[in-house]
Design a protein around this ligand. Structure first.
Ligand SMILES: Nc1ncnc2c1ncn2[C@@H]1O[C@H](COP(=O)(O)OP(=O)(O)OP(=O)(O)O)[C@@H](O)[C@H]1O
Ligand SMILES: [Mg+2]
Length: 259
């Protein structure tokens, strides 16, 4: 299921504004890659190009290539809806559908995809997805209650269950723990460690400890100034980025001297 992502010389625009410039990066299957860098350098923008969520914004577009196992996501005839099924996303704020039950939240992506599914297959999928998100034990007796009745950390795991229920190949996470307490954060980090057996995971984080705890590789993005495009400055093993980075700006950032 896990897939390789290859990005070649990608420019990302909001209308005429070039937000991210010239990114080339290879992300291996079954790894966790952390995107770090100061606010506004384009981490979220770049992340959203990896499942074609970027172009949902009017005028937003890209130039360059994003290949998933060799297939260009932006190739002619590629259906962005299918891309988003293959490349799932979890956002900064847990966003379960508030009026839907826990069970229906897990199934929401599958239903959107118009996949017909029997009651017993749905039951199995709900259980396996919630187990996958390490939430099953906490919610198995209240699957019919609204998702909004869960704690923030549980809601975020519910969103992860919803994302993995459609069986994606890649999971993108944009600061998934920034609204969570330390205990819930560690629960999500443990989960990421488990999930990487099956998925290619990319996580944006402002938490340097988190990057060192969960990721195999780290990509440092930076921006020269307001209105300038963000660039990928350095990409390497996480241990290298945090101990012996090659670029001074990376060292300054990871050691807390700016950003
Ligand atoms: N919808 C949008 N329309 C126009 N410009 C946008 C839009 N979203 C982001 N930008 C701009 O693109 C640039 C990159 O923003 P982005 O949100 O990707 O940064 P980021 O690295 O994720 O920052 P943060 O760490 O604060 O989340 C910024 O200059 C931002 O103002
Ligand atoms: Mg962001």
């Amino acid at each position: 299921m896990s897939k390789r992502i290859e990005v070649n010389d990608l420019n990302v625009y909001y209308d005429k504004f070039l937000a991210v410039e010239g990114v080339s990066i290879n992300i291996e299957p079954r790894t966790v890659t952390a995107f770090i860098g100061p606010s506004g350098c384009g981490k979220s923008t770049f992340l959203r190009t990896l499942n074609r969520m970027h172009e949902v914004i009017p005028g937003a577009h890209v130039k360059g290539e994003v290949l998933i196992d060799g297939n260009d996501l932006y190739g002619p005839g590629v259906d962005p809806v299918l891309v988003r099924r293959q490349v799932g996303m979890v956002f900064q704020r847990p966003n379960p559908f508030p009026t839907m039950s826990i069970r229906e939240n897990v199934l929401a992506g599958v239903r959107l995809n118009n996949t017909r599914i029997s009651k017993s297959d749905a039951d199995d999928l709900v259980e396996s997805s919630l187990r996958g998100a390490n939430l099953w034990e906490e919610v198995k007796d209240r699957l019919g209650l609204p998702g909004s009745g869960l704690s923030g950390g549980q809601q975020q795991r519910l969103c992860i269950a919803r994302a993995i229920a459609v069986k994606p190949d890649v999971l993108l996470m944009d600061e998934p723990c920034s609204a969570l307490d330390p205990i819930s954060t560690l629960a999500i980090e443990d989960l990421i460690e488990d999930l990487k057996q099956e998925y290619t995971i990319v996580i944006v984080t402002h938490n340097m400890q988190q990057a060192t705890r969960v990721s195999d590789k780290t990509a440092f993005f930076n921006i020269a100034g307001t209105g300038k495009p963000g660039h990928l400055i350095e990409y390497d093993d996480t241990a290298t980025i945090f101990s012996t980075p090659k670029v001074k700006a990376t060292e300054d950032y990871v050691s807390g001297r700016f950003g």
